[in-house]
Design a protein around this ligand. Structure first.
Ligand SMILES: Nc1ncnc2c1ncn2[C@@H]1O[C@H](COP(=O)(O)OP(=O)(O)O)[C@@H](O)[C@H]1O
Ligand SMILES: [Mg+2]
Length: 369
């Protein structure tokens, strides 16, 4: 029996960020310390089926982000609670047991990856996993709930209000402008990658934006447009989280839209670390850690901010499984803060196991003395 820790990497998935996840997973596979870890790679296809892949050779067009795809050959597998409550990976066709699983790293972004659903499955299967649990993941995914918790904790955020589908007919541009000013942002509550997000200034644009945002979700948020720099900060840890040096996104488009993120190579410039006065760095780091804690996160998250001209800092959002490619902000910020990519992966896996052990030690029923 190998003494190495057996890590299952999950990638792909039923999300708009399937391809980004594949790139992230490739980088994790390349960087993970093979002296310590044995890697089992599972590719989740766009229909949601899990496939056992060869970690050394699981991608088509690995170096071309616009054509990257999972190789089709992987055998279908499922994660089940086996005998004695032990988690097991089994093949669907021959019911072959693929051996024990020590820890799972869901390198998945967006819907069904970052929203608490996969976390619920892993929790039921009784396996340690990297990142926020069910609650932190789902709270972090829902911009309405996330912003209400931040506001309740007294953290600075842009003005916003939420509109459900049932309230949509009564929503007017005049009312929106009265609430949050003009221009304003319209966003689906539960999505990422800037999908369905619009900056609008006129009634016609507003009506079209609301209609589009409701294509993606049953509730949307309407938000004050902030003029300011976009600053991001990486957080790592469980009970005593640490913040990295901040970085800056400098979009070349009107805002950091889907096109700027994924389609236009020159859509944004990353400044790592951001050029900021020490005092601003300290305040960003403090707000990043508080945001992480208020939103019940664990393991890792990237917290995104707006820095206004007058020095005010507003929290925009949290991402509980940020991009993990070698050029992604999350690992890059740790690198410039003194934590290299392979060490970062090791820390994340250790934090997953530590959290699991801590939760396991909790009483699950009343003990009568
Ligand atoms: N209130 C706002 N003021 C100014 N720009 C915004 C605002 N909300 C969003 N943006 C712009 O839109 C981008 C995507 O919005 P965000 O809320 O971060 O959604 P996502 O989860 O899709 O990343 C941000 O990076 C920023 O460029
Ligand atoms: Mg964002």
């Amino acid at each position: 029996m190998s003494s190495k820790t057996r890590v299952v990497l999950l990638c792909g998935g039923k999300s708009a960020e399937h391809e980004v996840s594949l790139q992230s997973a490739k980088n994790v596979v390349d960087a993970i310390d093979r002296e310590r870890y044995e890697v089992v790679l599972i590719g989740i296809d766009k229909q949601g089926c899990w496939h056992l892949c060869d970690a050394e050779d699981f991608l088509l067009h690995a170096d071309d982000p616009s054509r990257i795809a999972l190789k089709a050959s992987g055998e279908p597998v499922a994660l089940v609670t086996g005998e004695g409550g032990q988690p097991a990976l089994v093949t669907l066709n021959e019911h072959r047991d693929l051996g024990p699983v020590d820890v799972v790293f869901p390198v998945l972004h967006g819907t069904f990856g970052e929203d608490g659903t996969i976390q619920g499955l892993l929790k039921l299967a009784d396996i340690p996993f990297v990142g926020a649990g069910v609650l932190g993941s789902s709270v972090g995914m829902d911009k309405d709930v996330m912003k209400r918790l931040l506001r309740d904790a007294g953290l600075p955020i842009p003005k916003f209000f939420v509109v459900s589908r049932a309230q949509a007919d009564a929503l007017s541009f005049e009312h929106a402008v009265e609430q949050v000013g003009r221009p304003l942002f319209v966003k689906p509550a539960n999505l990422g990658s800037s999908v369905g997000i619009h900056k609008v200034a006129s009634r016609a644009e507003f009506d079209a934006a609301v209609k589009d945002a409701f294509r993606y979700d049953t509730k949307i948020i309407v938000e004050e447009a902030i003029v300011g720099r976009e600053i991001e900060c990486s957080v790592l840890g469980n009970e005593t989280p640490q913040a990295s040096l901040p970085g800056e996104i400098i979009p070349t488009h009107e805002f950091y839209s889907y096109e700027a993120k994924y389609l236009d190579e020159a859509g944004a410039r990353l400044e790592i670390p951001a050029k900021l006065p020490d005092e601003t760095v300290r305040r960003v780091q403090e707000l990043a850690v508080r945001t992480f804690q208020v939103l019940c996160c664990e393991g890792l998250a990237r917290v995104d901010f707006f820095l206004q001209e007058d020095g005010a800092i507003l929290v925009n959002e949290i991402n509980t499984i940020p991009g993990f490619t070698r050029i992604s902000m999350y690992p890059k910020l740790w690198e410039v803060s003194g934590l290299a990519y392979p060490e970062l992966i090791h820390r994340l896996l250790q934090l997953a196991i530590e959290r699991f052990e801590r939760e396991k030690a909790l009483e699950t029923s009343v003990r009568l003395s």
